[in-house]
Design a protein. Sequence first.
Length: 98
Amino acid sequence: MQVTIVHVRVKPGHLEDFIAACRLNHLASIREAGNVRFDILQASDDPSRFVLYEAYASAAAAAAHKQTPHYLAWRATVAEWMAEPRQGIAYNGLYPEE
């Protein structure tokens, strides 16, 4: 399993728009072949901080996600709303086992 954890900080005034754009990306991403999980989390102590937890069955499925129209639209839409560049860290999922 390939897991990517993406940290995002959103500029003030764009939180609701960011959440709406993430919802659209989430709804399409969970329908992708190879998607195991696609969670959008918002920090309870700082509403401008988000974590995207993306789990795919394989590295190839995770790479294919980055070529989908919904991901490309999300990336273009939210780019100017980020207070700093997003940070994505890839992990190899150990458990749960498939």
